[in-house]
Design a protein around this ligand. Structure first.
Ligand SMILES: [Zn+2]
Length: 353
């Protein structure tokens, strides 16, 4: 079966991309929270492969290599710089393996190489910027060698860093997705507005431009609407799965005012005590449907994503995916079912259960 490219797929309709590997791999017990280095591709490759397969089953069209934070700077911080290239190549190989082995009848997925926020980018500091450029270039080079079909640059909160990432990615000739993640001030850290950053990314040749991470549906949607209006290219939307608010637009300072009986030892809900602040599946479904209605064809979920939510995103835009076989069916529930075989004395007990 031939593989259609990213743009061809987007021109035809929705394309689903699962992100949020960091939180999900941590939750599954293969990564230290806070440190957040994706050693999993070397230490437990089977766990990473399984997660990719679960997302694929749920409808992700893209297998994004898990190299988030797998860059030279972070590897240096944890004293494992010598594992940088093996980690990247392993993550890319696992992603490629899953991408080309879709279930029967389903078009092969696209394998995406990935670069992201370096956390050492500094305004007006050419030394740090050159270092970041080199980090991007080596990772993009490995992605190309390992057969990436496309590239994703994501979670940038400096406009200039996003521009640099795109510049490096564009040199490969592969389709490029570039998404930004403005922090709580609702502006990029170098002072450029969200919409202006996206407009510039389109001008610089971004094939898909948009937003990912840090913001839940409620605080991403208002900006997404503006971005969609301002751009002609394809737009991406991958919110986190948490109930951010106007007062707390990102998950970094999100308070738990929901009867928490034991707060985290480090004093904030991010990143280990966010669980009660999650969106439910219907909220994610509503966001994805609304975004698609606006003309946003590249859809997914970032931190807090799980396969069930990816299935909800896919189904909200009319797709049927392998996991659709197991979608919600309350009709046969033992108390709340509508099936006529459910005993009346059980149905009548529903409000007291
Ligand atoms: Zn994220």
């Amino acid at each position: 079966m031939s593989t259609k490219g990213l743009i061809e797929r987007l021109n035809k309709g929705p394309v689903i991309c699962a992100e949020g590997f960091l939180f999900e791999i941590e939750r599954r017990g293969y990564m230290s929270s806070g440190q957040f280095v994706p050693m999993v591709s070397l230490e437990h490759p089977e766990a990473l492969e399984n997660l990719h397969k679960d997302f694929q089953h749920a409808g992700s069209d893209i297998v994004q290599a898990f190299t988030y934070n797998g860059h030279r700077e972070k590897m240096r911080v944890i004293g494992k710089e010598e594992l940088l290239e093996p980690l990247n190549r392993s993550a890319l190989k696992i992603a490629k393996k899953v991408a080309i082995s879709t279930p029967k009848g389903i078009e092969p997925n696209l394998m995406a190489g990935n670069i992201s926020n370096s956390n050492i980018w500094k305004e007006n500091d050419s030394k740090s910027q050159l270092e970041v450029e080199k980090m991007f270039a080596e990772m993009v080079g490995w992605a190309l060698e390992e057969g990436a079909d496309m590239l994703i640059g994501e979670t940038f909160y400096y406009a200039e860093e996003a521009y640099k990432a795109l510049e490096v990615m564009k040199k490969t000739g592969l389709p490029c997705v570039i998404t930004i993640a403005p922090m709580g001030e609702n502006i990029m850290r170098d002072g450029v507005s969200i919409v202006d950053t996206c407009k510039e990314l389109e001008q610089l040749g971004g094939d898909v431009v948009g937003m990912n991470c840090f913001r839940g549906p409620a605080t991403m949607m208002p900006y997404l609407k503006e971005v969609r209006k301002a751009l002609k290219c394809h737009v991406a939307a991958l919110p986190i799965n948490f109930r951010t608010t106007e007062e707390h637009p990102t998950f970094f300072n999100l308070p738990d005012n929901n009867g928490c009986a034991c707060h985290s030892p480090h004093g904030r809900t991010f990143p280990t005590a966010l669980d009660p602040l999650q969106c439910n599946r219907y909220e994610i479904r509503k966001f994805a449907k609304e975004a698609f209605g606006l003309g946003v064809n590249y859809l997914g979920v970032c931190c807090g994503a799980n396969p069930m939510l990816i299935r909800e995103v896919a189904e909200s835009v009319g797709l049927k995916v392998p996991a659709s076989k197991y979608k919600e069916d309350m009709s046969t529930h033992f108390i709340y079912g509508t099936n006529k075989s459910i005993a009346k004395h059980m149905r009548d007990y529903g409000d007291k259960a």
